[in-house]
Design a protein around this ligand. Structure first.
Ligand code: MN
Length: 251
């Protein structure tokens, strides 16, 4: 009898915790949170974006409509296919640079989340001959050399934006198998196998850029992480502690 009651109770709880139909999928809720965190932490401002691939349907990803990350709600999230076309024909206007996401997801089956940012601290490393390299343990995931996308090689003189699938493909090619690439005179793209990790990587790549500039500006020699040190620190804890902290700051 006791066993039956417990079993029934378990069933009720399980049902309550994972309803069959929910108006907003948990992944979309997480993506809204990722938008708010990246805006709050200064990785994204009015521009730049974050997307997540649907693990149950890897040929589709989620990305906000054409708007600033800090103000995104669940109603603003659009589902796209890998051609960066909205699944729903009457979807709101998307980001001009949505092709960054579609083409990287197409080229990299391992990638589950992408951030494209214009964070000020990374810009100097995209335009200078000084390479971006890990200066501390939180950025050990950066694989050196961090590639730099030169849009002139792909399309000559442009307005710098990834406006077409062809430019998205060229950027994905520059990224290769790496976790991040700089975009000369524009920003950066960061990828990961989860939304939490991509948010952590985007944050700490920008922080590393700031710290590297500070170290260089001191004027002495700079000791960077050895590649073995970088490799050993690279995994972190999936940035879970950071995610939970950042989440508490935007709620
Ligand atoms: Mn951009």
């Amino acid at each position: 009898m006791r066993f039956v009651i417990l079993a029934l109770a378990g069933c009720v709880v399980a049902k309550g915790q994972t309803p069959v139909k929910k108006s907003v999928p948990p992944l979309v809720q997480e993506l809204v949170l990722a938008n708010h965190i990246l805006a709050h932490e200064g990785v994204l401002d009015a521009y730049g974006h974050v997307s997540v691939r649907d693990p149950k349907d890897p040929a589709h990803f989620w990305l906000a409509r054409h708007m600033a990350a800090g103000t995104v709600t669940a109603a603003d999230i659009i589902q796209y296919d890998l051609d960066s076309k909205p699944v729903n024909a009457d979807a709101s206007a998307g980001y001009t640079e949505r092709f960054i996401h579609g083409e990287i997801y197409r080229a990299r089956p391992d990638v589950m989340a992408i951030v494209h940012c214009h964070a000020p601290d990374v810009i100097p490393f995209g335009v200078s001959s000084v390479p971006l390299r890990p200066v501390y343990h939180m950025a050990g995931f950066l694989e050196v050399p961090v590639p730099i996308f030169e849009i002139r090689d792909a399309a000559g003189l442009t307005d710098m934006l990834i406006r077409t699938p062809e430019l998205g493909k060229a950027l994905a090619q520059t990224l290769g198998a790496k976790p991040a690439a700089l975009m000369r005179g524009h920003g950066a793209v960061v990828v990961a196998d989860s939304l939490h990790v991509v948010v952590g990587r985007a944050y700490y790549m920008n922080m590393n850029a700031r710290l590297e500039m500070q170290a260089i500006s001191l004027g002495g020699s700079v000791t960077y992480l050895d590649p073995v040190e970088a490799q050993k620190t690279g995994a972190q804890d999936g940035f879970e502690r950071a995610w939970n902290y950042w989440k508490s700051q935007v709620k």
